[in-house]
Every structure is written in C-alpha cells, then in structure tokens.
Design a protein around this ligand. Structure first.
Ligand SMILES: CC(C)(COP(=O)(O)OP(=O)(O)OC[C@H]1O[C@@H](n2cnc3c(N)ncnc32)[C@H](O)[C@@H]1OP(=O)(O)O)[C@@H](O)C(=O)NCCC(=O)NCCS
Length: 181
C-alpha cells in the first residue's frame, strides 16, 4: 500500500492494512490523515488527504476521491468516477459507469473488461450528494451543487444548483450564505 502516513481507523491511529475488518488492496493510494471506518473495500483507487470514509463503502479501481471529502456509509463509487476536493457524499449513494450493462456477450459467455467501456462521472469541488441518490454515468456535478436525497441524476448539474427528484430537476441556486468558499 502506497501511503504517505498510517491511516487512522475510526480515529484510533491503527493501520487499515493490518485491520482485519478492512479490505484495502496494495495498489490503493491513500493520502495523509485519511480516516476509515470498519468494513471498507478499496482497490486500485486514490483517496486524498484527510478524507473520511464510512462503513461498508466500496471504491473501485481508477476512481479518485479528493482531499477533505466525506463519503458516508454504504456508498458505492465505481471505476470512472472522479470526486474533487471537499465533496460530501451521503449514505447509500450509487454511481454508475455502464448505461447498457449486460452480464454476457452475444455468444452467452460471461463478459470481461474487454467487452464494455467504462463511462465517466465527475463531481466538482465542494458539491454535496444527498443520501440514497443514484448518479448515472457521463454526468458532471458542478462546484458546490447540492443533490437532494433520493435523486436520480441523469444529466449535468450546474455549479451552485440544488437539484432533486427522479429525474433530478433544478430547484433553485444556493444563496450566497450557503456557498462554500
Ligand atoms: C433538496 C434539499 C437540499 C432541499 O432543501 P430545501 O430547499 O430546504 O427544500 P424544502 O425542504 O423547503 O422543500 C421544498 C420542496 O421540495 C421538496 N423536496 C425537498 N427535498 C426533496 C428531495 N430530496 N426530493 C424530492 N423533493 C424534495 C419538498 O417536499 C418541498 O415540496 P413542496 O414545495 O411541494 O412542499 C433537501 O431537502 C435535501 O434533500 N437535502 C439532502 C439531505 C441529505 O441527503 N443529507 C445527507 C446526510 S444526512
């Protein structure tokens, strides 16, 4: 594991690599001061300094999470997702990287990575994603935007917008006081 520092598990200062309740692959790149709860599955991903990750979160290979983010429990961050600094992700948020998924190829064999292409999603700095939301592939969530709880985000969200619903629609823009510097 390429760490700049020992991780703190529940703030306890233990190394996640040695923690029996954590599954952290050797290729994970963790920044300084990352805080990990129990029962986390990380592989091939990059997590920035001071980011906090809740229990039962999975983060796949080639996903990135920036500095000072909060990733709440039961969230799934798949390959192709880039989360910038200072982003809040609520509980049970699901990202998607394959809009037309199939288990098998045309001849009935189980698909491999060669049979589909990862689609991208970007969450810009300071954005917040409400609990229970689903973020479809090929979207950009703008800086400081807020996604309401239980939303299904199907298209780009402008910076500073509040969106909610299925499909997520613009409610309004955040006020100056609610803006994160
Ligand atoms: C979307 C959100 C930011 C809106 O907050 P708000 O501007 O204060 O909105 P209000 O509570 O005044 O509600 C305004 C309207 O939107 C509706 N609404 C609020 N949140 C909604 C949501 N997530 N999805 C659908 N409709 C929603 C309300 O029912 C209300 O409808 P009405 O005008 O017909 O009565 C907020 O409700 C939300 O979902 N925040 C995310 C919270 C979260 O997931 N936190 C995670 C950690 S606990």
């Amino acid at each position: 594991m390429k760490t700049n520092e020992m991780k703190s598990v529940n703030g306890g200062g233990a190394s996640g690599a040695d923690h029996p309740q954590l599954s952290i692959a050797p290729d994970v790149r963790l920044g300084k001061g990352v805080k990990l709860s129990k029962f986390i599955n990380l592989y091939g991903c990059q997590i920035g300094d001071n980011t906090k990750i809740g229990a039962f979160v999975e983060i796949q290979k080639n996903a990135t999470v920036g500095k000072n983010c909060k990733i709440s429990s039961h969230t799934f961050i798949c390959e192709g997702v880039d989360i910038e600094d200072g982003v809040f992700v609520g509980h049970s948020v699901t990202f998607i990287n394959d809009i037309y998924p199939r288990a098998v190829t045309g001849d009935g064999a189980l698909q491999t990575e060669a049979d589909w292409v990862v689609e991208k999603t970007v969450v810009k700095k300071g954005a917040s994603i409400g609990s229970g939301s689903t973020i479809l592939a090929n979207v950009v969530i703008g800086e400081n935007a807020i996604i309401g709880a239980g939303s299904v985000v199907t298209k780009d969200v402008p910076a500073n917008a509040i969106v909610a619903g299925n499909p997520a629609k613009l409610f309004r823009y955040i006020t100056e006081e609610q803006r994160i510097a």
